[in-house]
Ligand binder design. Structure first.
Ligand code: 3HC
Length: 325
């Protein structure tokens, strides 16, 4: 996966745009993005972002390394859109079909990041969580995207300013985190993460975009985990430690948090849903680097989590994690 993402980054760097047009309307404190939306990475998150943007009438290009990966992304979108269509047009199969076709019709697929961002007003990256891959990718994207475009990363855990490090000061002014949540079509929140280098207009534009796609923005500083993951990861890790200390079973801990705290999923269901490899990657990264976190022990490694990941039991996606599927 990292090799594939590196290939994507290299491909981007090798190409240059035909035209670099300004991609925003002329004035106003909260301008919406007016160009095409380019989403780089056609996994669950990237295809979810592409789907939601297209549902709200944006022209979107979804980019991945191969036609096969793009078709997989298109499959995720089609499946999710059918669920949405059934609710929007109950009892009207034709209207459901038209809705799905219309939305998918607004999503172009491309294996060329540079071509995809040539007329983009907003570029959202959702590739593998690897800082080098993201930096290389953005170096290429910055060379190909219009000057006024917002460049954004959907990273869960990497510092936005570090991803933007190789970029020019001008690009950094319009470089942000736009952090979506899984399942993207259903989860209302998008964290808009501002670095010290980002300017207010970029934040306003991103907030307007987020509202325009029916989501609710929460603006926050570029600190590890932003808001949601900074609170969610210690919660998940504490749940795993309860299990390791044999305080209760995973089922009982999940039941307790669903019925006692009103969470839609218990922590183990949520871990399996997000992916145990993703959780391990995030906590290990924060623990290793320190990164000025208050109370690093919240992110200390867990033998139980390490063991499941080493066995390839990554949760729902592999059919086994804390539970079997
Ligand atoms: N596409 C479209 N709609 C979807 C969907 C999808 N992929 N998945 C769920 N939905 C919709 C359903 O259609 C249904 O809509 P309705 O209420 O209007 O009928 C609604 O979501 C509820 O779905 P279900 O009835 O099938 O199932 P649940 O009630 O169990 O809800 C859930 C599923 C929405 C996933 C809910 O359990 C939930 O909110 N879980 C918590 C998810 C969460 O915390 N996500 C954040 C993870 S952290 C993260 O992403 C950050 C990253 O950086 C790690």
């Amino acid at each position: 996966m990292i090799a594939a993402a590196s290939a994507l980054a290299a491909k981007t760097a090798a190409l240059r745009p035909a035209a670099q047009r300004a991609a925003f309307s002329s004035s106003g404190a909260a301008r919406a993005v007016s160009g095409r939306i380019a989403v780089i990475g056609g996994g669950q998150m990237g295809s979810g972002i592409a789907q939601v943007a297209a549902t709200h009438k944006h022209d979107v290009t979804l980019v991945d390394v191969s036609q096969e990966a793009l078709e997989r992304g298109r499959g995720y979108m089609a499946k999710s859109l059918k669920r949405v269509a059934k609710k929007q047009f109950p009892e009207d199969a034709q209207a459901q079909g038209r809705f799905v076709d219309e939305v998918l019709g607004r999503v172009s697929l491309s294996t060329s990041p540079a071509a995809a961002v040539g007329d983009a007003g907003l570029v959202i990256e959702a590739v593998v969580e690897n800082i080098k891959v993201k930096q290389e990718l953005f170096a290429g994207l910055a060379a190909a995207a219009p000057e006024g475009a917002i460049l954004a990363s959907n990273t869960s855990s990497l510092p936005i300013a570090r991803i933007a490090e190789p970029l020019s000061a001008e690009r950094k002014r319009r470089f942000l985190g736009l952090h979506f949540f899984n399942p993207v079509p259903q989860m209302k929140l998008v964290e808009v993460v501002r670095t010290d280098a980002a300017d207010q207009q970029a934040v306003d534009d991103a907030v307007a975009f987020v509202k325009g796609i029916g989501k609710v923005p929460a603006v926050c500083k570029d600190t590890p985990g932003f808001i949601v993951n900074r609170l969610l990861l210690p919660y998940m890790m504490e749940a795993i430690r309860l299990l390791e200390r044999d305080v209760a079973s995973a089922q009982d801990i999940d039941t307790a948090m669903k019925l006692g705290a009103g969470y839609p999923m218990g922590p183990f269901q949520l871990c399996d849903y997000v992916g145990l490899d993703t959780i391990k990657f995030i906590v290990d990264g924060w623990h290793k680097e320190g990164q000025g976190l208050v109370g690093d022990k919240l992110f200390a490694p867990s033998a139980k989590l390490d063991e499941l990941v080493a066995k390839g039991h990554l949760g729902v996606k592999t059919g086994k994690g804390f539970y079997e599927y």
